[in-house]
Design a protein around this ligand. Structure first.
Ligand SMILES: [Zn+2]
Length: 258
C-alpha cells in the first residue's frame, strides 16, 4: 500500500515537474525546434516529412502493401530468410532523412526528447500486439557498447511502450553472449555472419519465457540479421510467438547508410 501511495506521489511529482518544464521551456518540435503546442511533438512541416506505414503491410518485411491481397513479389532474399524467424513485423515509418534525424538524435547525440514521440508512433503501429501479458524485450547492446553509449536506445523505447500498454518489460530476457562489430557498412551476408549466435536467453529465465508472446523492440531494421538472431534465441528458449516492432524500416538502397 505504501509502495502504491509512494508511486502515486512520484507520478504526481513528475506531472508537476513536466508542467513546470512546459511553463519555463515552451514545447518545441523534436526535429527542428519550432514552437509546437504539446511536448514531444513535431511541427506540421516535420510531421509531413515522416513516411508512416499503415496496414495492410507485409508480415515478412513490414513493408506497406497496396491492398490486402497483394503478394510481396519482390522480397529480397535476406528478408525471406529473416522473415521465417518471426511471426510478424511492424514498423512505424520508413527510414528517410526525418526518421534518421530522430534515430541518430537518440543514438549518438543523447537527445532523448524524441523517445516519447517514437514510442507513441511505434505503439500505434503495434496495436494490440502490445498488451498486458505480452513480454517487451529490447534488442540488447553488448556491455562495452552500452558502457560507451551509456544507454540502449531500444531499451528506452521498449520500457516506455510497456509502461503505456501494461505489457511486461523484460530487458533481461536477451543478452549478447559475444561482442559483434557495428552493423553499419556491412553487407547483408556479413551482417548475418556478424550476429550469428550472438544472442541467448539466460537459462534461469527459461521458465519465464516458455510459451510467452514476445514483442522484440529495435530502433531500425535493415537486413533483419540482428532481429533474426534474437528471434532464433527466443525460440530456442521456448517462446511461442515473436513479433518484431521497430521505429523505422530501411529500404534496400539505404540499408548501408544508417
Ligand atoms: Zn519541425
Amino acid at each position: 500500500m505504501f509502495a502504491e501511495a509512494g508511486g502515486r506521489t512520484v507520478a504526481r511529482a513528475s506531472r508537476i515537474g513536466a508542467w513546470l518544464v512546459d511553463l519555463l521551456l515552451p514545447p518545441s518540435c523534436v526535429l527542428c525546434g519550432t514552437a509546437v503546442r504539446t511536448a514531444s511533438g513535431l511541427c506540421a512541416g516535420c510531421w509531413r516529412k515522416l513516411r508512416f506505414i499503415e496496414e495492410p503491410c507485409c508480415p515478412v518485411t513490414g513493408r506497406p502493401l497496396a491492398h490486402e491481397g497483394e503478394v510481396a513479389d519482390f522480397l529480397p532474399a535476406p528478408a525471406l530468410t529473416a522473415g521465417r524467424a518471426w511471426d510478424g513485423i511492424r514498423a512505424a515509418v520508413l527510414f528517410n532523412d526525418a526518421a534518421r534525424q530522430l534515430v541518430h538524435g537518440l543514438k549518438y547525440h543523447d537527445r532523448h526528447t524524441g523517445v516519447a514521440l517514437m514510442a507513441n508512433l511505434m505503439a500505434r503501429a503495434a496495436g494490440d500486439r502490445l498488451r498486458p501479458g505480452a513480454l517487451v524485450v529490447p534488442v540488447p547492446l553488448y556491455r562495452r557498447r552500452l558502457w560507451l553509449r551509456r544507454f540502449n536506445q531500444s531499451a528506452l523505447l521498449g520500457r516506455r511502450m510497456a509502461r503505456m500498454s501494461g505489457a511486461n518489460y523484460m530487458p533481461e530476457v536477451l543478452c549478447r553472449v559475444r561482442p559483434t562489430r557495428p552493423q553499419v557498412g556491412l553487407s547483408g551476408d556479413d551482417r548475418r555472419r556478424n550476429v550469428r549466435n550472438a544472442f541467448a536467453v539466460p537459462p534461469e529465465l527459461g521458465a519465464a519465457v516458455r510459451g510467452a508472446r514476445v514483442v522484440l523492440v529495435d530502433d531500425v531494421l535493415t537486413t533483419g540479421a540482428t532481429a533474426e538472431d534474437c528471434c532464433r534465441a527466443l525460440r530456442r528458449a521456448g517462446v511461442e510467438r515473436v513479433e518484431v516492432l521497430v521505429f523505422a524500416l530501411a529500404g534496400e538502397g539505404g540499408a548501408l547508410h544508417i
